[in-house]
Write a protein that binds this ligand. Structure first.
Ligand code: BG6
Length: 458
């Protein structure tokens, strides 16, 4: 079956944000297990305790009607330390989960790398700072591709390379000096691109029928005004926060603009002659897109610093809020469904690859009401507006083959604890008390169930 033939109605999570069981059954510590968490904020130790609730979770997915589940593997559960020896108990956790998903006719879409790696690799050689990490990642990918070959047919190499490499404590040690930090961020991101291309090629050798692609964090940046300088600033921001990474994933090279930008600021990564062959000899089959909100850019000339935004440290513009969109409690840039349409079209027009929405959702602080329910009309409204844009793209003929809201259940936020909830299923726990992590279906669960059943949002 071709990639775009059947529409995938899914939902997403990632390993460290749900699994818990951070140090049992042979799992090594991940970078996300050891980083500093402010007092009073939940950490990875229990998260949603999915490690012990996986069967109940898959039953809920089946009840919801999902035909796809976008999930992550925890590298440190599969390979706990720098010897890169596979951990049988780690693999068997995913065996039982994947087997049960398939039994329920839910296809797994597996992310290999989602914001974390074994801390042992950072301790041993600096993580992605070293080219040794490229070989380590390829070895990890190979173990996963071979082990799950007959059961997993869709893979994601890296989730949001932009964030994964720009937050240094997730991928290497923290570097004090701002210039050095930026330099390393581009260098490690380049290493990730090399690793990703090797994984593309490797999968085609091991399982030519399987599909693989990156997941990007879409950056939809509007000009703050029609001043041509603001228009140029917005274009520059999209180029340096999004296309710089996708160009490497798809074309294996930087655009002339990005190359010049990096060289001018002495941030161009060190390369080796053999890299070009690796980068040019493979291509992804699809691009996954994560979208939450859009932003605006305004021209502003200032001394070159590295503090404006991590990764993208501009000296001639800054990101500002958009006064035409509604801010929400956790989303200070506001929400904007049209941005999803705009961002996906731009990506298709540049790369001509099939697309899937791998994350999209709204964060809200929620508590069970007296009847033990969550009436989340705001989430239903957000998802409806965004799904309508996805359906519009499909009607227009764009090869969009799936939609996965973030998140299937409430998860540990990437860096803001457990109060910030995105799920269709409520997890009954607080920041500091995991309680039993009971699962409660929100109103949005039933609404999405009907969308999947009918293919319509009304
Ligand atoms: C995406 C990530 O960037 O955004 C998820 O892929 C993350 O892992 C999601 O949870 C929402 O961000 P946050 O910071 O609210 O958890």
């Amino acid at each position: 079956m071709s990639l775009t033939e059947k529409f995938l109605w899914g939902a997403s999570t990632s390993a460290f944000q749900i699994e818990g069981a951070y140090n049992i059954d042979g799992k090594g510590l991940a970078t996300t297990d050891v980083r500093h968490v402010p007092e009073g904020m939940a950490d990875t130790k229990v998260a949603c305790d999915h490690y012990h609730h996986w069967k109940e979770d898959v039953d809920l997915m089946a009840e919801l009607g999902l035909n796809t589940y976008r999930m992550g593997f925890s590298w440190s559960r599969i390979m706990p330390d720098e010897t890169l020896t596979p951990n049988p108990k780690g693999l068997s956790f995913y065996d039982q989960l994947i087997d049960y998903l398939l039994e329920k006719n839910i296809e797994p879409l597996v992310t290999l790398y989602h914001f974390e790696c074994p801390q042992a690799l950072v301790d041993a050689f600096g993580g992605w700072k070293s080219r040794k990490m490229i070989d380590a990642y390829v070895k990890y990918a190979e173990v996963c591709f071979r082990h799950f070959k007959d059961r997993v047919k869709k893979w994601v190499t890296v989730n949001e390379q932009f964030i994964a490499t720009a937050a240094p404590d997730l991928a290497m040690g923290y570097i004090e000096d701002p210039y050095e930090r930026s330099k390393w961020i581009y260098q490690i991101s380049y290493h990730v691109s090399l690793a990703e291309h090797r994984a593309f090629s490797l999968l085609k050798e091991i399982d030519p029928e399987a599909y693989i692609g990156p997941v990007c964090s879409i950056q939809v940046v509007y000009p703050a005004t029609s001043d041509p300088k603001d228009v140029a600033a917005a274009k520059e921001a999209e180029e340096m926060m999004e296309f710089i990474l996708l160009d490497l994933s798809v074309y294996g090279e930087y655009s002339p603009f990005a190359k010049t930008w990096l060289k001018k600021r002495n941030l161009y990564p060190e390369t080796k002659p053999e890299d070009a062959e690796i980068l040019h000899s493979s291509k992804p089959d699809f691009i996954g897109v994560n979208y939450y909100f859009s932003t605006c850019a305004k021209y502003e000339e200032k001394p070159f610093g590295f503090d404006t935004s991590f990764f993208w440290a501009a000296d001639d513009c800054r990101i500002v809020p958009n006064e035409h969109v509604q801010k929400t409690e956790w989303m200070n840039m506001g929400t904007d469904a049209l941005g999803l349409y705009d961002g996906m079209r731009k990506i298709y027009e540049r790369y001509h690859l099939p697309l899937i929405v791998t994350e999209n959702g709204i964060a809200v602080s929620e508590k069970l009401d007296e009847e033990g329910k969550i009436h989340d009309d705001y989430r239903i409204a957000y998802l409806k507006d965004h799904i309508d844009q996805v359906l519009k793209l499909r009607e227009e003929g764009y090869p969009v083959f799936g939609y996965c809201p973030w998140s299937f259940m409430d998860v540990l936020s990437s860096h803001q604890g457990f109060s910030k909830r995105y799920g269709l299923v409520f997890i009954d726990r607080t920041e500091t008390d995991p309680k039993e992590c009971a699962r409660v279906r929100k109103d949005s669960f039933f609404w999405y169930q009907n969308v999947i059943r009918t293919g319509k949002t009304v």
